[in-house]
Design a protein around this ligand. Structure first.
Ligand code: NAD
Length: 296
């Protein structure tokens, strides 16, 4: 069934995601605070709206793809009175779990329905419609959103109630952040022991050290030619985004009183690394910081 979708936040991720909804035959009305983002989306067939409130007035589903929780909550405050009762609000941004739960509560209180549906897969996945969606909310809401999510991605997992999608996202990325540091430290230790990158890779990638950080996004150039290390650490997944996700994980660790020493440490290391690497380096470039700090 073709739907009318209001898409708010047409940035690096939202722009191509909205374009894929158009390709799948949906009517998409888009809004972004940045006019050039709206213009680019319009070329792909997204109808420009002068305001977010205008965009949602006729929509069945509102998809948002914004930087952080405060943007999402601010937007919901503006929009929840502008949409038709029962409109489904699906937020795909990566935000704090507590903010996601607040967004659900506010949507429900206003007579709307809600889903948190953050993604993994990056800009490449957004363009190629190969994202993975992790959704939190009711089963009926997930079922309704599913065809839209599948038009923008290859997989959609219903993780549980409100906030469960955000929870899955930060738990996964906490594994990723810690494992990238682990793999990077092991390569630098190997260097100091005179072990070649290839030899360590050949052993660990088929032994118990195997993980995505090693075998797909290998932080040293050579063993995996397609990894960002082979391309000057061009992202990929930018250091700043890893730092953001680990900060969200660290918030949740603190709030929950969870004892997660490595997760907390990984958040600190990535915060420091992202200060200099920002958006221009892949998160695997942290291996260079570890090497520098080792005096090599
Ligand atoms: P981006 O900064 O490129 O896009 C965000 C857009 O939101 C911007 O164009 C901005 O102008 C717009 N915006 C902000 N407030 C607005 C408002 N009130 N109304 C309308 N538009 C508004 O960011 P991005 O890279 O597209 O990331 C979006 C979200 O996706 C973030 O939460 C990020 O953590 C998450 N994410 C990003 C990636 C990635 O690789 N870029 C991967 C997974 C998840």
């Amino acid at each position: 069934v073709n739907r009318t979708v209001a898409f708010v936040g047409l940035g690096h991720m939202g722009g191509p995601m909205a374009a894929n909804l158009v390709k799948a035959g949906h009517r998409v009305i888009g809004h972004d605070l940045v006019p050039s983002a709206v213009e680019t989306a319009a070329v792909a067939g997204v109808e420009p709206a002068a305001s977010a409130a205008r965009a949602v007035a006729e929509a069945d589903v509102v998809v948002s793809m914004l930087p952080a929780g405060r943007h999402v909550l601010g937007l919901y405050d503006d929009l929840l009175t502008a949409a038709r009762p029962g409109t489904l609000f699906a937020d795909c941004s990566t935000i704090d779990v507590a903010d996601a739960r607040t967004a659900h509560e506010r949507a429900l209180a206003a007579g709307m329905r809600a889903l948190d549906a953050p993604v993994s897969g990056g800009v490449v996945g957004a363009e190629a419609a190969t994202l993975t969606f992790m959704a939190g909310g009711g089963a009926a809401e997930f079922a309704e959103a599913r065809p839209l999510l599948e038009a923008m991605g290859k997989k959609a997992v219903h993780c549980g109630g409100p906030g469960a999608g955000q929870a899955a996202k930060i738990c996964n990325n906490m594994i990723l952040g810690i494992s990238m540091i682990a793999v990077s430290e092991a390569f630098v230790l190997g260097e100091s022991l005179g072990l070649s990158h290839q030899a360590l890779y050949d052993v660990a990638s088929t032994a118990s050290g195997q993980c995505w950080a090693l075998s797909v996004n290998c932080p040293v150039p050579g063993p995996v030619p397609s990894s960002p290390a082979g391309h000057g650490y061009r992202p990929g997944f930018a250091a700043s985004l890893m730092a953001k996700d680990l900060r969200l994980a660290a918030n949740a660790v603190r709030k929950g009183g969870v004892h997660a020493e490595l997760g907390m440490r990984a958040a600190e290391l990535y915060a420091a690394y992202a200060e200099r690497a920002g958006d221009t380096e892949d998160f695997s470039g942290i291996v260079r910081l570890i090497r520098e700090q080792s005096g090599e």
